[in-house]
Design a protein around this ligand. Structure first.
Ligand SMILES: O=C(O)[C@H]1O[C@H](OP(=O)(O)OP(=O)(O)OC[C@H]2O[C@@H](n3ccc(=O)[nH]c3=O)[C@H](O)[C@@H]2O)[C@H](O)[C@@H](O)[C@H]1O
Length: 436
C-alpha cells in the first residue's frame, strides 16, 4: 500500500489546543501565503486528497471479515481475474459454467473435478475455515488445480462484494452451493457458525443471484438430518421435517424454507439435495468412519453409540461418487430461472430431492468392515447415544431422485470403505499426491 507518511506529516502540526500554531514553513503555509487561499479551503483540499488516496490507492485484494472460525480470503488483480476466466470456460458451447461454493470441501472438491472433467467450466469458492484440518482443504485445492484445472477462489459466501465481482467477471449459468458448516454434534460447541454459514451466507448468495441478469439456476446441499425425529421409514420428501434434532438440521431446514421464498418471489430455479451421510476418499475428518479409521490404526478406543434398550444406531451411508452423479444430474435437469432485474417473470422450478443409498447399515457393522480392511481389532466402547444432535437412524426413499435425476446409487458400504481406506493409507502414509 502507498505510504501515507509524507502526506500525513503535516498532521504533526495540528495543535492540541486550537489557536496555538507554531510558526511553520509547510507546503500549507506556502499555499496560504502564495495564493491567498483561506486556511479552511486548504484543509478541505487536504481532506479530499486523503479520501482520494484511501479509496483509489488501496491494493485490489480484499479480506473477508473474520468472525468465529478462522478463515482466509485473498482476491483481486488482473492475474487473479485471468485464472477465474480460464477456469470458468466450458470446453464446448453446451457446457455449463458453474460456481461451486465449498469447492475445497469434501463433496465440493469431488463435484468440481467431475464437472471440469466432463467439459463444464468451474470456478470454486471456499473460505478455508479451520473447522477441520486446513491442510487437507489446501491439498484438495492443489489437486483441483493440478489434476483438473479448477481454480478455487479464497473467500466467503458472506462476502457480497466478492460474489458480485465473480458474477461480473463470469456469466455463471449455475451455482452448486455446497459451502456449509457441517456436523451435527459441533452445533452445540459453536452454534453461531451454523447461522453464519448455513443461513446468512445462503441468503447472501440468493440475494446476489436474484439480482444477476440472467439469474443462475441453483443446486444446493440440504441434509438427511432435516427428517429429525421422523420415525416413518424410508424417509420420503413428503414426510414431516418439523422436528429437527440439532441446530445443524434446523439451519438446513431453514435453508429449504428460505430457498422457497426466493423461488416464489424472484423466480430463482432452486434444487435442494438432501444428502445422506456421504463418505469416501478425501472425506471429512470429523465424520465417524474417518476418525474411527484413525483411532483404530492408533489402537485408541472408539465410542460406538447405541440407542435405549441396546437399539442399533444406523445410517444410510452414501458413497461420494453416487452423490456426485446426483449433483451433476440435478444441474443438468435444472430449468432456467425466470426472473430478471430482481423481478419474477413466471413460475420457476423448485425441487427438494433425497440422495441416499437406501441401504442402512449399523454403526457396529461399519466398525467390523473397518476392522477387516485395516486388519486391526477396534477397542470398542459401546455407549448410549448422547443427546447432542444425533438421530438413531436414517434411510432414504429415492423414488423421486430416480424419476427426476435418473439417480441409481451403485456402491455398497464395503466397496466404498475399501476405496476410502486405500486413500487414507496413501494420503497419511506420505503419498500426499494420492490420486483422485
Ligand atoms: O446425513 C447428513 O445430513 C449428515 O451426515 C453426517 O452426520 P452423521 O450421519 O451423524 O454422520 P457421523 O457423524 O459420521 O456419524 C455416523 C454414525 O456414527 C455414530 N457415531 C458417531 C460418533 C461417535 O463417536 N460414535 C458413533 O457411533 C453416529 O451416531 C452415526 O450413527 C454429517 O456429519 C453431517 O454433516 C450431515 O451431512
Amino acid at each position: 500500500m502507498t505510504s501515507l507518511k509524507p502526506i500525513l506529516s503535516h498532521i504533526d502540526n495540528i495543535p492540541s489546543t486550537p489557536g496555538k500554531f507554531k510558526p511553520d514553513k509547510s507546503p500549507l503555509h506556502y499555499l496560504h501565503h502564495r495564493f491567498r487561499l483561506p486556511r479552511i479551503t486548504l484543509w478541505t483540499l487536504v481532506f479530499l486528497a486523503l479520501i482520494f488516496l484511501f479509496f483509489f490507492l488501496s491494493p485490489p485484494s480484499t479480506a473477508a471479515p473474520r468472525r468465529g472460525l478462522r478463515t482466509t480470503a485473498s482476491y483481486g488483480g488482473s492475474g487473479w481475474e485471468n485464472h477465474v476466466k480460464s477456469s470458468a470456460k466450458p470446453r464446448s458451447r453446451a457446457g455449463h459454467t458453474v460456481l461451486v461454493t465449498g469447492a475445497a470441501g469434501f463433496v465440493g472438491s469431488h463435484a468440481s473435478v467431475a464437472l471440469k472433467r466432463r467439459g463444464d467450466g468451474v470456478v470454486g469458492l471456499d473460505n478455508f475455515n479451520s473447522y477441520y484440518d486446513v491442510n487437507l482443504k489446501k491439498a484438495r485445492k492443489s489437486h483441483l488445480l493440478d489434476c483438473a484445472g479448477v481454480f478455487v477462489v479464497e473467500g466467503d459466501v458472506n462476502d457480497a462484494v466478492l460474489l458480485r465481482k465473480l458474477f461480473g467477471i463470469v456469466h455463471f449459468t449455475h451455482v452448486l452451493h455446497l459451502a456449509a458448516q457441517a456436523g451435527v454434534r459441533y452445533a452445540m460447541v459453536n452454534p453461531s457458525s451454523y447461522i453464519k454459514s448455513n443461513v446468512d451466507a445462503f441468503v447472501n448468495l440468493l440475494e446476489v443471484s436474484k439480482s444477476i441478469n440472467p439469474q443462475p439456476a441453483i443446486v444446493w446441499a440440504s441434509s438427511s438430518s432435516v427428517y429429525g425425529l421422523n420415525s416413518k421409514v424410508p424417509f420420503s420428501e413428503k414426510d414431516r421435517t418439523d422436528q429437527p434434532a440439532s441446530l445443524y438440521a434446523a439451519t438446513k431446514k431453514a435453508g429449504e424454507e428460505i430457498a422457497h421464498t426466493y423461488n416464489h418471489i424472484y423466480g430463482l430455479s432452486i434444487t435442494g439435495l438432501r444428502f445422506f451421510t456421504v463418505y469416501g476418499p478425501w472425506g471429512r475428518p470429523d465424520m465417524a468412519y474417518f476418525f474411527f479409521t484413525k483411532d483404530i490404526l492408533k489402537r485408541r478406543p472408539i465410542s460406538v453409540f447405541e440407542g435405549p434398550d441396546h437399539a442399533t444406531v444406523s445410517r444410510d451411508f452414501t458413497y461420494i461418487d453416487d452423490i456426485v452423479k446426483g449433483c451433476l444430474s440435478a444441474l443438468d435437469t435444472a430449468k432456467k430461472s425466470t426472473g430478471s432485474g430482481g423481478k419474477k417473470k413466471g413460475e420457476a422450478q423448485f425441487r427438494i430431492i433425497n440422495l441416499g443409498n437406501t441401504s442402512p447399515v449399523s454403526v457396529n457393522k461399519l466398525v467390523s468392515i473397518l476392522e477387516k480392511l485395516l486388519k486391526v481389532k477396534a477397542k470398542k466402547k459401546v455407549v448410549l447415544m448422547p443427546r447432542n444432535g444425533d438421530v438413531p437412524f436414517t434411510h432414504a426413499n429415492i423414488t423421486l431422485a430416480r424419476k427426476e435425476l435418473g439417480y441409481r446409487p451403485t456402491t455398497d458400504l464395503e466397496t466404498g470403505l475399501q476405496k476410502f481406506v486405500k486413500w487414507y493409507l496413501d494420503y497419511y502414509g506420505g503419498k500426499k499426491k494420492s490420486s483422485w
